[in-house]
Design a protein around this ligand. Structure first.
Ligand code: NAD
Length: 254
């Protein structure tokens, strides 16, 4: 899928990996809609890149539908590329200290990360399927964000790993289903990236994390995520799989 001149919708585009992707795709000539529930972040970036900011919770079906309608009206075409970056990373033990259970964390994490991704993917696919087919009969590309925790979830990451594992698992059936509409579905599983999500970690935890990254021995840069998203968008033979982007890191148990 050519990026230049096409409408793109990026969720979680108000911060971190989503913001870098929105900025990068705008630099390549795309018209970018930034969907985030943090309207302030989305607006600031939209002003910078000449895009459109939309406030919505990715797990809200009506709000996401309205967001796609607004982007379609604004750009004169439904988005050809949808990048799902909205997500949360809450840590909790299954049975915490003093027997505290964490069903609430599990439910919230699955709701935003998994149901949100599924919701955006379904709204994107429905509209992409109605677009004119381009080269190779391609109509659209959906890029979801998993995490290396889909394979090496750490202690306290049962909810997060479950949400990201499901994002990775649904990639192939989604690609198989949407193939007849000329829509590709891919997922990126980032390792440890320098974003506001990671900035929240205590310094010693961040240093320990970096020490586990073989090469390059540093956190990933959000731009490196955006470069892979560009490659996925433009390389039509990439479909139905999850790519780890992680400097060869394998997360230890804790
Ligand atoms: P971030 O916190 O910087 O950005 C996430 C954005 O998503 C924020 O702008 C936030 O407002 C938005 N968001 C959260 N919940 C939302 C909701 N319900 N509806 C709409 N918007 C919502 O995080 P990031 O580091 O850029 O992470 C982006 C994605 O990458 C997440 O899915 C995260 O799990 C994944 N990831 C990040 C890392 C990392 O190291 N940073 C590693 C692996 C995976």
């Amino acid at each position: 899928m050519q990026i230049d001149g096409n409408p793109v919708l990026v969720t979680g585009g108000g911060s971190g990996l989503g913001a870098a992707t929105a900025r990068h795709f705008a630099g390549l000539g795309a018209s970018v809609a930034i969907l985030d529930y943090n309207l302030e972040g989305a607006r600031a970036l939209a002003d910078e890149i000449g895009g459109m900011a939309i406030q919505a919770d990715v797990s809200d079906q009506a709000a996401v539908g309205a967001a796609f309608d607004a982007a379609t009206a604004h750009f004169g075409s439904a988005p050809r590329i949808a990048v799902n970056c909205a997500g949360i990373g809450m840590a909790a033990r299954i049975v915490g200290r003093e027997g505290k259970l964490s069903f609430d964390v599990f439910e919230k994490t699955l709701r935003v990360n998994l149901f949100g991704t599924y919701n955006v993917m379904s709204h994107a696919a429905k509209r992409m399927a109605e677009l004119t087919p381009l080269e190779d009969s391609e109509r659209g590309v959906i890029i979801n964000t998993a995490s290396v925790a889909f394979e090496d979830g750490q202690l306290g990451q049962a909810a997060y790993a479950a949400s990201k594992g499901a994002i990775a698992s649904m990639c192939l059936p989604a690609a198989r289903e949407l193939a007849r509409s000329g829509i590709r579905v891919m997922a990126i599983a980032p390792g440890l990236f320098h974003t506001p999500m990671m900035e929240g970690l205590p310094e010693e935890v961040a240093a320990e994390i970096t020490a586990n990254i073989p090469f390059p021995a540093r956190l990933g840069q959000a731009r490196e995520f955006a470069l892979l998203a560009e490659q996925i968008a433009t390389n039509r033979f990439l479909n139905g799989t999850t790519i780890r982007l992680d400097g060869a890191v394998r997360l230890p148990p804790r």
